[in-house]
Design a protein around this ligand. Structure first.
Ligand SMILES: Nc1ncnc2c1ncn2[C@@H]1O[C@H](COP(=O)(O)OP(=O)(O)OP(=O)(O)O)[C@@H](O)[C@H]1O
Ligand SMILES: CCCC(=O)O
Length: 357
């Protein structure tokens, strides 16, 4: 049986592409998108052609043929909260993610590209652990205004993958321990994993939680309302401002941590001040979420691209180590998680889920 899959993972700053043959990784490549390339798109949806072209070109460069895949698999999209697992991507999922109601993120483009390619080549498209979680505890859903219910869009795929990996390495069951997992990529999400369930996490796409490389995070509400009504910005511009053009990039004009590190090494005090503020906000979020677990924290998993940055991790550790053991898992395990999730369903050890909206 053909088990060759094309895996797509569209992040805020990069497109990761991989080919798996069953459980075996054949290759993986990451395309980093320069700010100048993506800055011009006001809505993430407008990046569809740009990202698709990159995928098609890379697949051809690697000597692969699109007709040789039995499935197209993508991370995403932002949909109505569901339980974790592997889902066949269907039209309802595309409609719900494309309208942006549950958050704007490039993973929605990945899901759409996988779905379109699957239709074109008459195969199936799948996703695993979509970024909206139905396990949030009741208290966390109350926002403070009855008209607004809190829901969460975040990097669930990598949260689960790294939490499980850390537990495997520690020889404990994910379902038996309490973890704080901190995914630090283009967006930052800090979650309480209580005995295998994610019971609270900041909505990394909706101006919730700490600022991040390209997200504003939570802002003083009154000032935000005044900016919205200032007449200077449309609704779309404001949404893009907090999600895509806010956070570190708004201060330093880059999302590239290596570039910021170089600037700091050369004595850029302003860059250091902003990164200190980033560490401060992430630490505060970690401290806050420890109360969700009544302070019973078995470990703090730091993951995502920024967990590679030694200066950043050192400063973070100084502030939060007293809360629990720091478990460092830089980067992400998303490609493998996507491939393995599909394989478990194909082999029958797990049931494929259908999204009904
Ligand atoms: N080796 C490294 N050292 C320091 N920083 C790094 C390193 N590798 C990646 N980063 C930084 O990590 C960030 C990107 O992280 P990541 O690749 O997890 O995000 P993404 O997938 O683009 O976005 P998302 O959060 O939407 O998934 C960038 O700021 C990048 O500069
Ligand atoms: C949908 C992914 C949200 C994030 O960037 O954390």
């Amino acid at each position: 049986m053909n088990k060759r899959m094309l895996i797509l993972n569209m992040g805020s700053t990069s497109t990761k592409i991989s080919v798996y043959d069953g459980y075996e990784k054949i290759w993986v490549e990451s395309i980093v998108h320069p700010r100048s390339d993506i800055e011009k798109y006001l809505k993430y949806q407008d990046q569809y052609e740009y990202r698709k072209e990159k995928v098609i070109k890379k697949v051809a460069q690697k000597g692969e043929k699109l007709e040789d895949f039995f499935a197209f698999v993508s991370r995403g999209g932002t949909i109505k909260p569901v339980s974790g697992g592997t889902y066949e991507i269907n039209q309802k999922m595309i409609d719900d993610s494309w309208c942006g109601l549950y958050g704007e993120h490039p993973c929605n483009i990945g899901a759409e590209i996988a779905y379109d390619l699957a239709k074109e080549y008459n195969v199936k498209a799948y996703t695993v652990d979509p970024p909206a979680c139905s396990e949030i505890c009741d208290e966390a859903k109350i926002s403070g205004l009855p008209e607004i219910e809190r829901y969460e869009s975040f990097q669930m795929l990598n949260h689960r993958a790294m939490a499980r990996k850390a537990c495997k390495d520690k020889n404990v069951n994910y379902e038996d321990v309490n973890l704080i997992v901190v995914h630090m990529g283009g967006g930052i999400s800090v979650a309480a994993h209580r005995k295998g369930k994610i019971i609270d996490v900041n909505n990394a796409l909706a101006g919730d939680g700490p600022m991040a490389m390209e997200r504003s995070g939570q802002l003083p509400t009154g000032d935000l309302i005044r900016l919205c009504y200032s007449g200077k910005y449309t609704e779309k511009e404001m949404i893009r401002k907090v999600n895509g053009r806010g956070g570190v990039v708004a201060y330093l004009n880059t999302t590239n941590a290596l570039e910021i590190e170089e600037r700091i090494k050369k004595g850029d005090e302003y860059a250091l001040k902003i990164i200190k503020a980033l560490v401060y906000q992430v630490s505060k979020e970690i401290g806050g979420i420890s109360t969700v677990l009544y302070g019973k924290v078995d470990g703090i998993v730091l993951t995502g691209g920024l967990a590679n940055w030694s200066r950043f991790v050192k400063m973070l550790k100084e502030r939060v180590s007293h809360l629990g053991e720091i478990l460092l898992y830089p980067g992400e395990n998303e490609m493998e998680s996507l491939a393995f999730g599909v394989m478990r369903c194909i082999e029958g050890s797990e049931k494929m889920k259908i999204y009904g909206g």
